[in-house]
Every structure is written in structure tokens, then in C-alpha cells.
Ligand binder design. Structure first.
Ligand SMILES: C[C@H](C(=O)O)C(=O)SCCNC(=O)CCNC(=O)[C@H](O)C(C)(C)COP(=O)(O)OP(=O)(O)OC[C@H]1O[C@@H](n2cnc3c(N)ncnc32)[C@H](O)[C@@H]1OP(=O)(O)O
Ligand SMILES: [Co+2]
Length: 136
């Protein structure tokens, strides 16, 4: 079902400081900040050639990453995003197997303007999984 690793996301307490570290210390190709109020985060993507790193900072009062950062105040690995060709088919298969699709269970438009869903970390070995429909 899954294809390429689209991105690895890291939750950070200070987006600008984290981006500067990747740019200035690691010489990475760092994108512009993007506010995604409908997702409760601000993001910066870093292109590493074979995949991307998504830096995440909470945005607004009900950010889904607020509790994570309270538990991990220095930041930490937050989710993996894999590409899928058909997200509705993926939801059907996964829900049929008892996996929990977060939120209302429907795809939402993600940072790349494409449909995304999230799967509960407790169903995938303590790792939050994002699926993004690419190439349809
Ligand atoms: C748009 C953009 C994009 O790329 O397109 C994005 O990525 S947006 C990225 C931000 N959006 C999202 O993450 C949306 C989906 N996420 C969510 O709905 C939520 O973050 C959540 C339900 C996974 C967790 O919410 P929460 O932390 O407030 O809830 P709880 O505190 O009850 O957490 C339940 C249990 O899951 C654990 N837990 C929480 N977050 C994570 C995580 N990222 N990785 C692994 N485990 C995690 C907690 O430690 C806890 O474990 P224990 O019980 O053992 O203590
Ligand atoms: Co993501």
C-alpha cells in the first residue's frame, strides 16, 4: 500500500531557531515557513534529496502537537509520512483491519495541497503515521 517516505516530522519549540540550525550548521536546503491554522501548526520543509524533513511548531490554542511538546520540551520525532496512490482505499483497508484514523476519519488537505490522514500511534508501534495521496 505505502510508497515513498514523503517526510519525517520533528516537533520543535522554536521553528525559526530549528530552521536556522539546519541551514547554518547542517547546510540544509530550508524552505519558507508556512502557517497551517487548520492543522494547528506552522511548518518548514527541508529538502534532503531522497525525502524531506518537516519542522513543526504549535499554532493556536488547540494544537495537536501541544501535549507532545509538553512531554518533550526539547522537541522530538513526531511522525512519518508515506505516500499512497489512493487514500480512500487506504482508509477502507486500514479501518477494516481495526486501525484508527484520527480526527473525523476523512482526508484533509495537507501542507502540499494534497489529501492526508493520520493513524493512531498506538496502532503502529508508538509511531504516528501520516499518509498522503500523491500522483492521482
Ligand atoms: C499538515 C501537515 C502535513 O504534513 O501535511 C502535518 O503533518 S500536521 C501535523 C500535526 N497534526 C497531527 O499530528 C494530527 C494527528 N495527531 C493527533 O490527532 C494527535 O497528535 C494524537 C491523537 C496523535 C495525540 O494527541 P495528544 O498528544 O493530545 O493525545 P494524548 O496525550 O492522549 O496521546 C495519546 C498517546 O499517544 C502518544 N503520542 C502522542 N503523540 C505521539 C506521537 N507523535 N508519536 C508517538 N506517540 C504519540 C502519547 O504519548 C500518549 O501515550 P501514553 O498514553 O502512553 O502516554
Ligand atoms: Co506531516
Amino acid at each position: 500500500m505505502i510508497g515513498r517516505l514523503n517526510h519525517i516530522a520533528i516537533a520543535v519549540p522554536d521553528l525559526a531557531a530549528a530552521a536556522a540550525k539546519y541551514r547554518d550548521r547542517l547546510g540544509a536546503s530550508v524552505g519558507a515557513p508556512q502557517a497551517l491554522p487548520e492543522h494547528g501548526v506552522s511548518v518548514i520543509f527541508i529538502d534532503t534529496g531522497n525525502t524531506k524533513v518537516e519542522l513543526l511548531e504549535p499554532l493556536g490554542a488547540n494544537s495537536p502537537i501541544a501535549a507532545f511538546l509538553e512531554k518533550n520540551p526539547a522537541g522530538g520525532m513526531h511522525h512519518l509520512c508515506f505516500e499512497v496512490p489512493d487514500i480512500l482505499a487506504a482508509i477502507k483497508t486500514l479501518e477494516g483491519q481495526g486501525a484508527r484514523v484520527l480526527g473525523d476519519g476523512q482526508p484533509r488537505t495537507g501542507a502540499h495541497g494534497l489529501p492526508v490522514i493520520f493513524l493512531h500511534p498506538k496502532d503502529f508501534d508508538g509511531t504516528l503515521i501520516e499518509l498522503e495521496q500523491v500522483g492521482r
